[in-house]
Design a protein around this ligand. Structure first.
Ligand SMILES: Cc1cc2nc3c(=O)[nH]c(=O)nc-3n(C[C@H](O)[C@H](O)[C@H](O)COP(=O)(O)O)c2cc1C
Length: 417
């Protein structure tokens, strides 16, 4: 897609994108409801602050927190901030093209929604709302194995942008893992993303301190916490607690929220081995990615097993506090296998400028997790659209400012770091 630089005339992803005539100086090309939202929440950080005010602490911390002392979480941000891009000037950057093709599919922009399990704890309905927003914005949406909606439903809601993320369920020679994958294939998922960076469940200190257990059991403390967020409480009452919907097929159709949580806790455990990756690769006919790699040797191993892509990730700082920033790992992995596979990165993406940094370090695209959750937690249904619009606006400006007019140029020519 080619569109005019929003700093000059128009821009903005998805619903509410402005016709040029409605855009005034400083509007970024947004109009109507989109412009109003942009004025009140000009960045994802503003959405984060609102989501924090609207939700109980244990729910917000579950999303925003990391493992251990949050060092890896902070490292992701610090490493992105440290990337300096020296702009090239004197170039015609009036027309910016953010479109990409990934695994044979066209997307509007080089960013997507990372898989997030139990996101319904932040606010009910988030998975389906973000799937719809991704479909409207035409960016990849990756559904988590432990999402709070079903594979089949997302296949209907987001047919053009649906990817599926798998955690292994090792019992019975991975019968459930293969069934989940077969369901994703039937539901039309374009890509399978196999997460490798959870060999054990991590200890998320904030969750321990907040007494978070799933399903949520009210204690005096959590009840007081929830009382601070009455809208959240009402939404939970209306929707019921978030459940691991995709496991109803295996835990029994009459399984309740507690049964489903116990099933997932007991059965979905243990490492995703290379042997299993090889078997899944054979079983999956479409684009196949592994997620969570940080070491170039692991990236090389993945390529040798025939993956189509790698999501370089430290799980948003939620697994291993000593892990490198994913953007730093990306640069090393790109140097080793960048010519033989597609690279996507996630971890700390909060601004369009971060997306440019990711492209500059060798990624074809960057995914964001929390940014989209904060959007929904702050604004509900419109939240995903708003985050996509902000990302696109900021990316367009960053591209133009750096001297690149396309994703290809951002990744290669035109700028020096
Ligand atoms: C609440 C939450 C739940 C997550 N659940 C999953 C999951 O089910 N599967 C997975 O592969 N990654 C999961 N992740 C990691 C994300 O896919 C992604 O790697 C990470 O959020 C990127 O960092 P960011 O949130 O800073 O953008 C989760 C992250 C969050 C914040």
């Amino acid at each position: 897609m080619t569109a005019t630089n929003p700093g000059v005339a128009e821009g903005g992803a998805g619903r509410g994108a402005a016709p040029a005539r409605a855009a005034g100086w400083g509007s970024g090309g947004f109009s109507g409801q989109a412009a109003a939202l942009r004025r009140r929440y000009p960045t994802v950080d503003d959405l984060k602050a609102r989501a924090r005010r609207r939700t109980p602490r244990f729910a917000y911390d579950f999303v925003a927190g990391g493992v251990g002392e949050d060092l890896c979480l902070a490292r992701n941000r610090a490493a992105l901030d440290a990337i300096v891009i020296t702009p090239r000037l004197g170039l015609d950057v009036a027309r910016i093209d953010t479109a990409i093709t990934l695994f044979g599919r066209d997307y509007r922009a080089p960013f997507g929604v990372a898989p997030m399990g139990l996101a319904g704890l932040l606010w009910p309905g988030v998975d389906e709302a973000l799937a719809r927003a991704a479909q409207r914005a035409r960016i990849p949406y990756v559904l988590s194995t432990v999402a709070n909606t079903t594979i089949e439903r997302v296949g209907q809601l987001a047919p053009d942008v649906f990817w599926y993320q798998l955690y292994g369920v090792p019992g019975n020679d991975h019968a459930v893992s293969f069934d989940l994958v077969a369901r994703a294939e039937r539901a039309g998922a374009h890509a399978l993303v196999v997460t490798m960076d959870v060999p054990v469940r991590s200890k998320r200190t904030r969750d321990v301190r907040n007494g978070l257990v799933v399903p949520f059991r009210p204690t005096l403390r959590t009840a007081l916490d929830a009382a601070r967020a009455p809208q959240w409480g009402l939404a939970m009452l209306r929707h019921g607690q978030p459940r691991f919907e995709n496991f109803l097929a295996y835990a029994g159709a009459d399984a309740n929220t507690t049964d489903l949580a116990s099933y997932v806790f007991q059965k979905m455990a243990g490492p995703m081995t290379w042997e299993m990756v090889a078997r899944l690769r054979q079983a999956w006919p479409r684009a196949f990615l592994v997620k969570g790699l940080l070491h170039p040797d692991d990236a090389e191993k993945a390529v040798s097993l025939g993956v189509d892509g790698i999501v370089v990730s430290n799980h948003g700082g939620r697994q291993f506090d000593a892990a490198p920033a994913s953007i730093d790992a990306l640069a090393e992995i790109a140097a080793r296998v960048g010519d033989s596979t597609s690279l996507i990165v996630d971890g700390g993406m909060m601004h369009g400028l971060d997306l440019l940094r990711a492209l500059r370090c060798g990624a074809q695209a960057a995914f964001a997790g929390r940014a989209f959750l904060f959007g929904y937690g702050a604004l509900g249904e419109e939240g995903g659209d708003h985050v996509a619009r902000l990302f696109e606006e900021e990316l367009r400006l960053a591209l133009a400012q750096s001297g690149a007019v396309s994703v290809a140029e951002a990744r290669g020519a035109g700028t020096t770091m």
